[in-house]
Design a protein around this ligand. Sequence first.
Ligand SMILES: Nc1ncnc2c1ncn2[C@@H]1O[C@H](COP(=O)(O)OP(=O)(O)O)[C@@H](O)[C@H]1O
Ligand SMILES: [Mg+2]
Length: 301
Amino acid sequence: MKVQECVLSDELVTANSPEVALWDAIVVPRTIKERLRNQTVLSLLVRPDLPFEVTALHGLCTLYGPPGTGKTTLARGLPAQVASYVPGGEVRRIEINPHGLMSAEHGQSQQRVSELLGEYVPGLASDGTPTVVILDEVESMAVARSAASLAANPADVHRATDAVLTALDLNATQHPHLFFVATSNFTSALDEAFLSRSDAAILIPLPEPEALREILTSTLLTLAGKYPALGDLARSSAMDRIAETAHGLDGRRTRKVVFEALAQRLDTVLDPGRLTEDDLAAAVRNAVGETSQPEVPRAAY
Ligand SMILES: Nc1ncnc2c1ncn2[C@@H]1O[C@H](COP(=O)(O)OP(=O)(O)O)[C@@H](O)[C@H]1O
Ligand SMILES: [Mg+2]
């Protein structure tokens, strides 16, 4: 696999780009979005003018937390959120899929990581436009060296992690217009040296009842555009009670549970407007029951 194929997207975005909707769709405490936005703007504004010795900023922020909590979506929406604050009003958004790199042949990962992060990505951004680079599910690259001892080819993983760290150090001093936003579904396996280079490591938690309610309601209200009766359900007081029972669901499952509710009866499949609060409550109960089952162990990296 060529390093170019690990770049999922490379485009210029402005504050009016459609990506704004991505950011808005994610329901998290306001302080989380503000911290992510502010850290990014600060980095893009300050680092080009001050030496690394003064700022000690690497231009890296890590979003971590359980799967399905909106990390990838926030990272994708971030460039449009910061565009209006940078000179020129435009931000380049580059999205990397690190998994492709790690499937490289034995012994090649380090070289690929260096080539991608140290040469190819800076090359894409060589015109100096403020650039946000998304490293989605970075754990596949920056895996803890202590945890890697069980992996099939630990030496290769170590070298790849070293290559990521070297590239981040290079970025810190030589490419101040690049800002990396990494996402990870877990942190216990993230390399400590990687985390210590993060200017901010932000936990994206499972949604609280209020957020669960907002996710359910907004999903129903969007559907109500086509099936108006769902607007009544969305605004009914039953939603508070249903949201309370959804405790433990992640954001993705909470959106899906509305469709799981519709799928329970052919009636509601054919006419979603007939969905009742009991249908929704039953689907939520079922989803919570499934997610509280003991977890299937994850494959060790
Ligand atoms: N906090 C949230 N609020 C609203 N929707 C969410 C939230 N978290 C996840 N979702 C839904 O799940 C989808 C997938 O989320 P994603 O960003 O891939 O999560 P992660 O990267 O944390 O696994 C989103 O597009 C959105 O529809
Ligand atoms: Mg993700």
